[in-house]
Design a protein around this ligand. Structure first.
Ligand code: TYM
Length: 338
């Protein structure tokens, strides 16, 4: 039998700052599920990242464990994947501090997520929001992954992680594996259904389909999806001139596995109404079993607690090993006992 050590490592996380949505599913979780057998996988709830924006504590706690239930319902088997809560593994904060000291002000200033979020939360541009990518680099580098499966919007953070790892390795010798972002061909950037020029996100509930939405709500959101005002009115992939239709085609292609060419042929001669309803139906059927299974798991609090307890143990073991190495490299005196 192949040992876990021989497998390549994957790691990723999602902030439990809102409910899991279709963008998170198609851009990230769906691919995590597909990779579980071939890789040694670590997936976590990035709760420490969420407090860069004010959260209601009770809600954050609820969403963190519910997100874990949703991960499992999406198909992440806790026997095959290490599923854990970021704040349980204190090494994230510790390595995060160290990497802050190897990340440049200029680099952090160029991050588009920082620019977007500081525009949105102008009354709370805190230090954590600015140094967020150094914590994200710590999340990743602690586990020495080969790949980081994320949507398109996290590519810049992954590239900065690589730069930080290379900088550290150059100073102290080989310490971190330099990971690659792993971005899916379809579904990497799902746009809002109400404004197809901006990314689908939890901050725009009308244009966002949540995993736990009721089927009738999902269908309604697709029926109301903004299409394009061009005269052509045909289903053709052209993100620049037909962003609404192209986004729906992307979603349909990602959930059915059909190529964009095939989708174009399938809806040849049909109007937008028929197409939107078909995309809605396909998404409803994809989400139905996930929603039902998540509902059952959310009710089983003891099971969920067991999963994150086991995940913490496994993740902490790996994280501790990397952190010890880093402490030694930077010149900290070894702690006499653990
Ligand atoms: P977050 O929580 O914003 O998003 C989680 C994952 O979902 C993807 N995603 C999308 N993909 C396609 N279309 C969309 N509209 C869409 N919206 C979100 C994101 O690309 C991401 O893969 N900083 C990260 C969380 C994080 C992390 C990490 C990720 C913290 N530490 C370490 C990887 C490794 C974030 O805010 O993602």
């Amino acid at each position: 039998m192949e040992s876990a050590e021989a497998k390549k490592v994957m790691l990723s996380g999602i902030q439990p700052s809102g409910e899991l949505h279709l963008g998170n599913y198609l851009g990230a979780v769906k691919n995590w599920v597909a990779l579980a057998d071939a890789f040694d996988c670590y997936y976590f709830m990035a709760d420490m990242h969420t407090i860069t924006v004010r959260q209601e504590p009770k809600e954050l706690r609820r969403r963190t464990t519910e997100q874990l239930a949703e991960y499992i319902a999406c198909g992440l088997d806790p026997e095959k994947n290490t599923l854990f809560i970021q704040s349980h593994v204190h090494e994230h904060a510790e390595l995060g501090w160290i990497l802050n000291c190897y990340t440049m002000f200029g680099e952090l200033s160029r991050m588009t997520q920082f620019k977007d979020k500081s525009a949105k939360h102008a009354n709370n541009i805190n230090g954590g929001l600015f140094t967020y990518p150094a914590l994200m680099a710590a999340d990743i580098l602690l586990y020495q992954p080969d790949y980081v499966p994320v949507g398109e919007d996290q590519k810049q953070h992954c590239e900065l992680t690589r730069d930080i790892a290379i900088r550290f390795n150059n100073l102290y010798g080989e310490t971190f594996k330099v990971p690659e972002p792993y971005i899916p061909k379809t579904g990497a950037r799902i746009m809002s259904l109400s404004d197809p020029t901006s990314k689908m996100s939890k901050s725009d509930p009308a244009g966002c389909v949540f995993i736990m939405d009721r089927p009738e709500d999902v269908a309604r959101k697709f029926k109301r999806a903004v299409t394009d005002s061009d005269t052509e009115r045909c289903v053709r992939f052209d993100p620049e001139n037909k962003p609404g239709v192209s986004n729906l085609m992307n979603i349909y292609s990602a959930v059915t596995g059909r190529s964009l060419d095939r989708v174009e042929k399938e809806f040849e001669g049909q109007g937008y109404g028929v197409f939107k309803a078909a995309v809605g139906d396909a998404v409803v059927e994809t989400l139905r079993p996930i929603r039902e299974q998540a509902g059952r798991l959310i009710a089983d609090k003891a099971y969920i607690k067991q999963v994150y307890t086991d995940g913490d143990l496994k993740a902490s073991r790996v994280a501790r090993r990397t952190l010890r190495k880093v402490y030694r490299k930077v010149g900290f005196v070894e702690k006499p006992f653990e």
